[in-house]
Design a protein around this ligand. Structure first.
Ligand code: TYD
Ligand code: MG
Length: 449
């Protein structure tokens, strides 16, 4: 008889505990432990036939498995590193309503391959409505509404498509587990089965995943570890622009950015996205500074807005939108300590215009510039841009792909560019004023000049 064992799994980090407690002892999240039934009578890895393996010398491995499938959106191909690698698992995450299903359906409808689009969220009628809305029809795209992973695997094993889409991974469940769909064990099990299928048949699978309010793919980080590529589809639903950004990519760079525009008839690619995130060109206000995100031809200009005002309460407020709050606190501490600004008596707010979230360290210098500008209520000269990471001791640190970024910034009309001194040699002679600074004290003396 199979022995059923109950364990408590943290829905945040996947930590397994034999007993319930209010707080996960691994990640300190409250109320995150959920009871789940684990069937210990069956092996989790059923593919373990004990036969001798056959390791291959690396030079004998041919590249045939890497002939990528080129998708219709070139922005999508760019983010994937040049197309979809057969046998790979790609996770596309994003907030509800941002356009994940639209992006993937449009991709599926415009490609000349046999595709199975499996939806656990919408009925086939709803998917057809969306396809009609984007105005494309494709006989090779099959729609299958199902939630049970065993049925899904059996179906795709049988019909051998060129590509599989699962919308969304949170709605899929395995009947071998008794916990509800969307829980960590269910998502892990479904992904494990899909991965086995993908690798065995060399068929790529795109998984759509929801993200939680913290911005992580809802449920487990474990999912992000299993898959080959994690893409975030993001933007503000009040704006039309959407960014597709790799968080992890086993087959390409994570500096790439794909830019789309959501229209009434679906998504279109944006060819020259440089300044789409700027609210108005070169706003002449204190507290506004410009920075960059990404590299090369896909360098996006960012508008960083800061507001510092006298604190109303005894503990001043610090709040950042679109920028990591802890990094913001760290930068404020560096400004306070190294520049002697009395920020402890100020409420300081930060906002990245355009409704996107940035985690590129190159944005640090523009954050510092905007806070200093707001503190002194002094306007930064127009057409100035800041590219650099700020370290704890106040030094300005180098960033990746500086020359490409500077070229793009100049192309977009900026004439004064602050960079780290250590990168001066990496920037070829330019048609603009390049100001190199080694630490934030030197930076502050040159900021309003
Ligand atoms: P959807 O792809 O369903 O988002 P997700 O799968 O990420 O939850 O997109 C839903 C939003 O996109 C919805 O608010 C309507 C909008 N939309 C358009 O603006 N134009 C379109 O052509 C389509 C299909 C959707
Ligand atoms: Mg959807």
């Amino acid at each position: 008889m199979t022995k059923i064992k109950t364990v408590f799994v943290c829905q945040n980090c996947g930590y397994i505990s034999p007993k319930w407690s209010g707080k996960c002892s691994n990640c300190d999240t409250w109320n995150s432990l959920l009871e789940e039934v684990q069937d210990t009578g069956k092996s989790q890895n059923k593919n373990t036939d004990v036969i001798k393996g056959n390791p291959t010398p690396i030079k004998e491995i041919t590249e045939k498995n890497f002939s990528r499938i080129i998708l219709p959106f070139s922005e999508f191909n760019r983010v994937l590193g040049g197309g979809l690698v057969p046998g790979s698992l790609v996770l596309v995450g994003g907030e509800p309503g941002i356009g994940k299903s639209t992006l993937i359906l449009q991709t599926a409808l415009q490609i000349n391959k046999k595709i199975i689009y499996i939806s656990g969220e919408e009925s086939d009628g709803q998917i057809k409505l969306r396809a009609d809305r984007v105005g494309i029809s494709n006989d090779n795209c099959l729609i299958y509404t199902e939630n049970n992973i065993e049925k899904i695997i059996a179906t795709i094993e049988f019909s051998k498509p060129d590509m599989v889409i699962i919308d969304s991974i949170q709605t899929v469940y395995s009947h071998e587990l008794t916990s509800a769909s969307g829980t960590i064990s269910q998502i892990k099990e479904a992904t494990r089965q899909l991965q086995l299928f993908a690798k065995k048949n060399n068929i790529p699978i795109i998984l759509i995943g929801h993200i939680n309010k913290e911005g992580d793919i809802a449920g487990p980080m474990v999912l992000e570890h299993i898959v080959d590529t994690v893409l975030q589809f993001e933007g503000d639903s009040n704006y039309f622009y959407r960014l597709l950004r790799p968080k992890k990519n086993r087959f390409g760079s994570t500096y790439e950015i794909g830019v789309f525009e959501m229209k009434s008839d679906g998504l279109t690619e944006v060819q020259d996205p440089g300044n789409i995130l700027l609210s108005a060109e070169n706003t002449q206000l204190s507290g506004v500074a410009y920075g960059t995100l990404g590299e090369g031809a896909r360098t996006l200009m960012l508008e960083v807005q800061a507001l510092s005002s006298n604190a109303v309460y005894s503990s001043p407020q610090r709040s950042a939108t679109g920028f990591d709050n802890r990094r913001f606190q760290m930068l404020l501490a560096v400004i306070e300590k190294r520049l002697g600004l009395r920020l402890a008596q100020k409420d300081v707010f930060l906002n990245i215009a355009g409704g996107i979230k940035v985690n590129d360290p190159a944005v640090d210098l523009s954050v510092v510039a905007s806070v200093v500008s707001s503190y002194f209520d002094k306007i930064i000269k127009e057409n100035t841009c800041f590219i650099g990471e700020v370290g704890l001791s106040g030094q300005i640190r180098p960033v990746a792909h500086i020359d490409k970024r500077v070229n793009e910034v100049i192309r977009l009309g900026f004439q004064k560019i602050f960079i780290a001194s250590s990168q001066k040699k990496d920037v070829n002679k330019k048609n603009a004023e390049i100001i190199s600074v080694s630490d934030i004290n030197q930076f502050a003396t040159k900021l309003f000049k």
